[in-house]
Design a protein around this ligand. Structure first.
Ligand SMILES: Cc1ncc(C[n+]2csc(CCOP(=O)(O)OP(=O)(O)O)c2C)c(N)n1
Ligand SMILES: [Mg+2]
Length: 569
């Protein structure tokens, strides 16, 4: 049967299981949008900015494990997607981004809304395509979805000239793929797995450091089995949060720049580090020469490019985390590490990193802990970037995979609200809270209109400290308190929400916090709380930039030490 390029794309997406597309249309992509009504299986969500569409597709993908899809028109529509694509790239999120290009005869002529978008997205995608002929579309769409979701997932971008949407061809969807140079290694090398098992079996102070790869691979049960059978404590990266239940006795929380003090101390002391589905990001390692100095390191990751990139590794295992862990579990003996646990428990008692001090005003940590209490720890939390993001990681505890959705690698302010929309659309039964900063929220708050139009029941907690807080904290600690360009004025967020038809309240005092959250939960639809929090609260622990994990600074009571540390940097 003859089909247009636009029909081929829609039909292919239905075959790939796509049910939601986030996007904004324009002249060049009109033929594709014009075809959408022929495919009622495809629900289109109109964003208010293409960055919002890309982040929504990203949040959808992280919450569901499926490929997120976004559309944008040529030129500015396409360039507006760029931050969202880069964000997905750095956090290994499966996404297919489809942009329109000017018609083929106009390419290279600086035509209206022409931009070389595949040139721009080349370094921030797993793969990209500029489609030159309608006959190649079925193959390209099939490849794109396959590449996005397999191996180390990532964004794939397809740029399609306007006249390709309307060209017709006799088309059928290919049943097989022909990608000879793309064969991700799934099974780890048996002799490497054997070496790893031996190291683990001989370890005195083993430690598992789990990252987002565990979440992606669905290796929750296999990781739990490894930890429990050999009694190995588990710490995670920011994006690994939820891949191991944080209420588990073996869980010792997040590591890194704002990790738990005792988790960072565990990294300092471990003799065998089992790093799983993580990439030794600099926010995790801090100064590399001071990272896990006593450990032999086993690194399990699906991407061979990550092995030895940042940190020297003793036993590399390239493979899918779940597949490798299943093999490893057969060879790891059940043991106890009584002394090691006693040591870790003591550190946890001596260095409690999530205590909340008393205050009449609203402490951000308190507001987040109350969201935890009232949602019984069962919500999906989506964050912006900054202090509130770190508090959301520290003061809410996550027991299920993919329940903390946060921009890790790119650290994109503005990610929170649109990603929360994507998460809620993808998982309508989940309670989704967007914990955002006043700065981050203002970067994409136009998506309140998307929430209102779709009646997406996202609960929004703006941690409003009147500052670009994380940067202010750095200025306080490392730039002699020179607050250049960090004080931030905001509109009245309650009025803003109400203008979109979204109910909202302000919480100014400690006693306002719980009732506001209860009210948000009681509401069927979306709700916003403007938490007026202590403006100069800091995130602790903090490993100063350039320092090693062992040089972390702990609590406000140790402010003196902070100043001393700063002066020696
Ligand atoms: C798009 C973008 N621009 C700038 C930054 C640098 N930056 C990191 S955190 C931060 C402050 C965030 O402020 P806010 O959202 O209010 O969160 P807070 O730290 O106050 O909780 C800034 C400006 C960034 N991460 N992303
Ligand atoms: Mg702020």
């Amino acid at each position: 049967m003859k089909m247009t390029g636009a029909q081929i794309i829609c039909e292919s997406m239905v075959k790939e299981g796509v049910d939601v597309i986030f996007g904004i249309l324009g002249g060049a992509i009109l033929p594709l949008y014009d075809t959408l009504p022929q495919f009622p299986q495809l629900r289109h969500i109109l964003a208010r900015h293409e960055q919002g569409a890309a982040h929504a597709a990203d949040g959808y993908a992280r919450a569901t494990g499926k490929v997120g899809v976004c559309f944008a028109t040529s030129g500015p529509g396409a360039t507006n997607l760029v931050t969202g694509i880069a964000n997905a790239h750095l956090d290994s999120v499966p996404m297919v981004a489809i942009t329109a290009q000017v018609s083929r005869p106009f390419i290279g002529k600086d035509a209206f809304q022409e931009v070389d978008i595949t040139g721009i997205t080349l370094p921030i995608t797993k793969h990209n395509y500029l489609v030159s002929d309608v006959g190649s579309l079925p193959r390209i769409v099939k490849e794109a979805f396959h590449l996005a979701r397999t191996g180390r997932p990532g964004p794939v971008h397809i740029d399609i000239p306007k006249d390709v949407f309307t060209d017709e061809v006799e088309a059928s969807y290919p049943s097989r793929l022909d990608l000879p140079s793309y064969k991700p290694t799934l099974r780890g090398h048996p002799s490497q797995i054997k070496k790893a098992a031996k190291l683990i079996n001989e370890a005195q102070r083993p430690l598992i450091l789990a990252g987002r790869g565990v979440n992606i691979s669905g290796a929750y049960d296999s990781l739990k089995k490894l930890a429990e059978s050999a009694q190995i404590p588990v710490v995670t990266t920011l994006l690994g949060i939820g891949c191991f239940p944080e209420s588990h006795i073996l869980s010792f929380g997040m590591v890194g720049m704002h990790g738990m003090a005792y988790a960072n101390m565990a990294l300092d002391a471990t003799d065998v580090l089992i790093a799983i589905g993580m990439r030794f990001d600099d926010r995790v390692t801090a100064k590399v020469s001071g990272f896990a100095p006593k450990a032999r390191i086993i690194h399990i990751d699906i991407d061979p490019a990550e092995i030895g990139k940042n940190v020297r590794v003793d036993v590399p295992i390239v493979g899918d985390v779940k597949t490798v862990l299943r093999e490893l579990n057969k060879q790891v003996e059940s043991t106890q590490h009584v002394d090691w646990f006693e040591q870790l428990d003591n550190w946890r008692k001596e260095h409690p990193s999530t205590d909340i001090r008393d205050s009449d005003g609203v402490l951000p940590q308190y507001a987040i802990r109350k969201i935890y209490d009232i949602t019984k720890g069962e919500a999906t939390i989506v964050t912006g970037v900054g202090q509130h993001q770190m508090w959301a990681a520290q003061y809410y505890w996550y027991d299920k995979p993919n329940t903390l959705i946060s921009s890790g690698g790119l650290g994109t302010m503005g990610f929170g609200l649109p990603a929360a929309i994507g998460a809620k659309i993808g998982c309508p039964d989940a309670t989704v809270w967007c914990i955002d900063g006043d700065g981050s929220f203002q970067m994409t708050m136009q998506e309140l209109a998307t929430i209102a139009q779709e009646r997406a029941a996202v609960k929004i907690a703006v941690i409003n400290n009147g500052y670009l807080g994380m940067v202010r904290q750095w200025q306080e600690l490392f730039y002699d308190r020179r607050y250049v360009a960090t004080p931030l004025s905001s509109p009245d967020f309650v009025k803003i929400a109400e203008a979109y038809g979204i109910p909202a309240v302000q919480a100014e005092r400690r006693e306002d916090v719980a009732p506001a959250i209860e009210r948000a939960m009681a509401e069927d639809g979306p709700f916003l709380i403007d938490f007026r929090v202590e403006p100069e609260e800091n995130v602790y622990p903090i490993v100063p930039p350039g320092a090693a994990l062992s040089e972390q600074l702990e609590a406000p009571a140790k402010e003196e030490a902070v100043w001393q540390q700063r002066n020696t940097l």
